[in-house]
Design a protein around this ligand. Structure first.
Ligand SMILES: [Zn+2]
Length: 163
C-alpha cells in the first residue's frame, strides 16, 4: 500500500445499546445517567468512531478487525487504547490529523457540559491542537431507538494531512 496522497478523508460511525446497570462513557468522560452502554469494551461510541475514522482514512482494517469483540483481551477495555493504536498506525505512514468533526447523537443526558473536557481528551490522544477537534451533540427528536433513549450513536469525519 502506498501512502503518497497529501490528504486522506475518513468517516467513522458507531452505535451502542443503552441499558441500566452499565456506565455511560462518552468521549473518554463518564456521564451521570441511569443507563450505560452495553458493549464488550467500555462502549465509548465517540472513541470507537474516532478510531474508525482514522483507520478508514488510511484504508486500513477497522476497529472490529483489529480488536475483535469475541477476544476476552478487550473485555471492559478502556477505548483510549483503540485510538492510541490508530494514531500510531497513522503516524507510521506519515500523517497527522488536519481536523476532525464529531457528532454525538443521544437523547439524554445533555452533552454540552462535557464537550470541552471531551475535546481536550481527544485532542491529546490525537496529539493535535484543540482547535482541530470539534464536537457537536444532537438529540434524535425522541424517535427511533436513539430518540427513545435505548441507544447512543456517533459520526466522525476527519481529514488527515501528509506531514
Ligand atoms: Zn463501539
Amino acid at each position: 500500500m502506498s501512502f503518497d496522497l497529501p490528504y486522506r478523508i475518513g468517516h467513522g460511525f458507531d452505535l451502542h445499546r443503552l441499558e441500566q446497570g452499565y456506565d455511560l462513557i462518552v468521549g473518554g468522560c463518564k456521564l451521570e445517567h441511569d443507563k450505560g452502554c452495553v458493549a464488550h469494551s467500555d462502549g465509548d461510541v465517540v472513541l470507537h468512531s474516532v478510531t474508525d475514522a482514522i483507520l478508514g482514512a488510511l484504508g486500513m482494517d477497522d476497529i472490529g478487525q483489529l480488536f475483535p469483540d469475541n477476544d476476552p483481551k478487550w473485555k471492559g477495555a478502556d477505548s483510549v487504547i483503540f485510538v492510541e493504536e490508530a494514531v500510531k498506525r497513522m503516524q507510521q505512514v506519515g500523517y497527522e490529523v488536519g481536523n476532525m468533526d464529531i457528532t454525538v447523537i443521544l437523547q439524554r443526558p445533555k452533552l454540552s457540559p462535557h464537550k470541552q473536557a471531551m475535546k481536550e481528551k481527544i485532542a491529546k490522544l490525537l496529539q493535535c491542537d484543540l482547535s482541530r477537534v470539534n464536537i457537536k451533540g444532537k438529540t434524535h427528536e425522541k424517535v427511533d431507538a436513539i430518540g427513545e433513549g435505548r441507544a447512543i450513536g456517533c459520526h466522525v469525519v476527519t481529514l488527515l494531512i501528509k506531514k
